[in-house]
Design a protein around this ligand. Structure first.
Ligand code: HEC
Length: 155
């Protein structure tokens, strides 16, 4: 059986395992690493959307990222002895708002500066939560090839 890894000691994981086995089969609890992988994909899509001046897509990804943050706080309220919601707020909020402002103004240079700040927030939280070996950067290659970044139709 798969259980979330990287969080807590071995005994914590063993008790997670017991709790997991008592859940109904249709119940799915996303692991923190799973939610982070979704965040990683959206972080990259966000970049390519802005580079293509597809501001509606930038808006959409920012909204999805916000929802992912909410799910992270809901499913993983505490990690490594730190409350997650205030950490998300502290490390990510200002940069997320700066990204929203740049999208509203369709301001690519402003977006790029805010994106770097946002990315620095990801890494600061990783360091604070003893995962400083996970380092996020500007993407250097498109994360997927089956989606067009350029805006085709508005709406
Ligand atoms: C609240 C603190 C916090 C913030 C903010 C945060 N992370 Fe994480 N991240 C973590 C922790 C803790 C882990 C380790 C998860 C685990 O133990 O499974 C992690 C793991 C990851 C991983 C590894 C997942 C894997 O399975 O390989 C990636 C990728 C990642 N984060 C991306 C990001 C990105 C991108 C951002 C910013 C948009 C971000 N994170 C913001 C705390 C954070």
């Amino acid at each position: 059986m798969l259980v979330s890894c990287g969080s807590g000691s071995r005994s914590d994981r063993a008790s997670d395992d017991v709790a997991f086995s008592t859940l109904p089969a249709q119940f799915y609890e996303p692991g923190l690493g799973d939610l982070m992988s979704v965040l990683q994909l959206r972080h990259a899509k966000l970049w390519y959307a802005a580079e293509a001046d597809n501001w509606p897509l930038v808006d959409f990804e920012l909204h999805e990222i916000e929802e992912t943050f909410e799910r992270i706080a809901r499913w993983h309220p505490e990690e490594h002895g730190m409350p997650v919601a205030p950490a998300l707020e502290g490390y990510m909020r200002a940069a997320h708002e700066a990204l929203e402002t740049s999208a509203a103004n369709e301001d690519r240079a402003g977006f790029e500066a805010a994106f770097d700040l946002f990315t620095a927030g990801c890494n600061a939280c990783h360091r604070a939560m003893k995962h400083g070996f996970i380092v996020i950067q500007r993407p250097t290659r498109e994360p997927v090839t089956n989606q067009r970044w350029a805006l085709q139709v508005d709406g």
